[in-house]
Ligand binder design. Structure first.
Ligand SMILES: [Zn+2]
Length: 166
């Protein structure tokens, strides 16, 4: 063994899985990329729920490019399986699906209420625009702060209002 290999061997830290399983960890360790030496807790969950041997088999069954995601999914499932031995991560998924359904119902209800208020507003502005009553606000410059303002012809104002100006 040359000096460089010797130095590398001395500085090599076994992965969390090999540390926990008390086995030799080398460059061919399938678990090393996913369980660095400081993540013992992560591997401990996986080991507790699935067992190291089964976990390794499941990881080996997946193509290399998908292994990182597979390990994340297994650790996630193991974490929830420890918290909830009956439903595991399925319990969380069901809870989230229920929340989505409730939020969808709230959204539909809110949409219906918005539509109802829009119709009331339209009816109100139609009612106002059909009134033949114009108020001489600001010396005849009557305008509403709304895109459907009441039509008003200032030239007609004094003549039409003669009877109620005393
Ligand atoms: Zn290892």
């Amino acid at each position: 063994m040359d000096l460089e290999s010797l130095a590398r061997a001395r500085t090599h830290h076994p992965c969390a899985a090999c540390r926990m399983l008390r086995r030799r960890c080398d460059s061919s360790c399938i678990l090393a990329p996913y369980f660095p030496c400081h993540e013992i807790d992560k591997f401990a969950k996986l080991h507790k729920v699935f067992g190291a041997s089964n976990a390794i088999k499941m990881i080996q069954m997946v193509e290399k490019r998908n292994r990182e995601d597979a390990v994340k999914a297994l650790v996630y499932e193991a974490t929830w399986r420890i918290k909830d031995p009956v439903y595991g991560s399925t319990g969380v998924v069901c809870q989230l699906q229920k929340m989505v359904q409730e939020l969808e119902m709230q959204l539909e209800s809110t949409k219906a209420r918005v539509l109802e208020l829009q119709q009331q507003k339209d009816q109100f502005w139609n009612f106002l625009s059909n009134l033949d009553l114009i108020s001489p606000i600001n010396g005849g410059n009557f305008a509403l702060d709304y895109h459907d303002s009441i039509s008003y012809d200032p030239a007609k104002f004094p003549a039409e209002c003669d009877d109620w100006i005393i």
